[in-house]
Structure formats: C-alpha cells, structure tokens
Write a protein that binds this ligand. Sequence first.
Ligand code: TRP
Length: 329
Amino acid sequence: MRNTVFSGIQPTGTLHIGNYFGAVRQWAALQAEAQCVYCVVDYHALTIDIDPQMLRPASRSMALDLMACGIDPERSILFLQSMVPEHVELSWILGCVTSFGDLSRMTQFKDKSASQEFVSAGLFMYPVLQAADILLYRASGVPVGEDQVQHLELSRRIARRFNGRYGELFPEPEPIVGRGARIMSLANPGIKMSKSAGEQHYIGVMEDRESIRGKVRSAVTDMGLTPGAEMSEGVRTLFEILDLAASDGGGEDDVRALKEEFEAGTLMYSRLKDAVFEAIVKVVEPIQQRRAELEAANVVDDILEEGAARARSIARETISEVRDRVGLG
Ligand code: TRP
C-alpha cells in the first residue's frame, strides 16, 4: 500500500509565494508518490477572529487556489475540514492523551496568544486538532513549513502516547520540510513573509503584475557594489526567491551569472530585482490562469463534496476503531 501524506492550510484569504514555495509546491509534487489528503482547515480558522460571513468564501477560495497550484482532485483527496466532523471527535479523544505542559510549550501558541486580548481554549488546543487531522488518515508524511515542525513533534508524542495506552494504531507522522520553507518579507527581511504582517510583507500568488513589480522594486537591499561583501538578509531573500522560482521555470544559468556579479561586486540590484520580478511572474501567471478557468468551470463545490466523501469513509473507519479501543459507545 502507498504511504499516506496529509497536510492542511488555513483559509486565510489567499496564498502567498512563501506558502507556495514552502509548502504547496511540495504538496503537488508528492502526488506522484503517495496517497495525498489535503485539507482546508476551517475549524482551525475559528481560533482567529474571523468574520463568519467571510469564512465559507475564504475556504472555498483557498481550495481553488490549491487546485490552481496543481493539487489534482483525481489523484488526491481535497476537502474542507468541517465537512468531516470526525476531526473534532478525534481531537477530543487525543486531547485526553496530550499533556497540558506540552501544549503550554508550543511557541506558536505563545506568539499568537501574546498578541490577543481574549485567548481561547481553542487556540490552546489548536495543535491537538492538527494531530487529529493527521492521525485520522494515519498519515506518515506531512509536508509543512519549518514553523510547523514543533507541532509535528507533538503529533508524534500524541500518537505514541495513544499507542502506548490503547495499543498500536497510529504511525508517527514525520514532517517533510522542503526547500524554501522559510521566505522572509521583502519589505522587512527580519521577519517571515506572512499575510498577518500586512500587505507590503508578502507577494500573493494571485497578485497582479504591477503590484508584484512594485513590491519587488521596493524590496530592502543594501549599499551594494563591494567585492566579496557578505550578503545582507534582503539580498539573500531576493536570491532565494529567484532560486526557487528558477527551479520551477528554468533559468538557473541566469541565476548563476547574477551570483557571480554579486561576488565580483558589480551587481546592480535593479537588475537583480528585474530578474526576480520576471521569475515570479513566470511562476504565478500560469497558476492565475488555471484559477480563472477553474472558477469559470464552477467545479469546486462538487470536487469538495466528492473529496469529503472519500475523506469521511477513511475517517469513519479510524474513529470507529478508536472508539472501540478507548471504550466509547
Ligand atoms: N497549523 C498549520 C499551519 O498553520 C495548518 C494545519 C492544520 C496543518 N492542520 C494540519 C498542517 C495538519 C499539517 C497537517 O500551517
């Protein structure tokens, strides 16, 4: 039997190129070698203060984005988490084999709760629901960005504790962290590219040319033109994006030439930025086109229904086994 891969993404509006290079591109590639289950995690989204009117359209839109990026519903299972309520049932049961101390040590919880006035128990339980997402499909691989490695470590501890108490059932899921798992903001290379930091800190996969051009042009660099100088974080980020984008669309030779110019202290950053802009556009334009086609074809709801039905049939099997082991029902 083929291995199962699971991953999830929050429906926070739209994808940025950090999500794409850091995670979603790996999701698409893994379809060739594993049974992949990909999920828009709308239950998780309730841990942030999201407008109920916006949540459903945002979830649907994220599903479309994923399909446009190459998640193929013929090969993979694609659905919204809330279409399979077994996620929540397993989350409760796993919560009972999760240590309060472990949850208190999650850095994402510490970061997120520090900036909120009202800290919900849901935010605290977030990593347990994430473990449930993965274990429900008994997935062994989880392609994620680097920031999720700690949550994966906890998922393994939870699996181990469940297996220890109730008998071997869950594989211990390993993170699959690809290249480009951490891209920095162009406007402030000291922080990660993210939507929450604000408009100027990310480049959207669905963003139009001119807006991308503007953001790349105003990227932070340095004084430049010093042979053998150490690369500043901003320039490093530009080169990193260029590398990642070139590996998708060809053009590795041009990247090498620009790097040599940098070493020699002759690189004009305006040229580097033009190259970065072109490379990004070459990656995102076909995705944008596919998205428009998918949207026009009006297929997403049927695809999600179908994905949810397949997910539910696996989820039900696992839940029924779990209920049996723990003595419920
Ligand atoms: N916490 C993940 C993130 O913020 C999203 C997520 C939820 C997830 N459930 C998951 C990722 C299960 C991998 C597997 O990126």
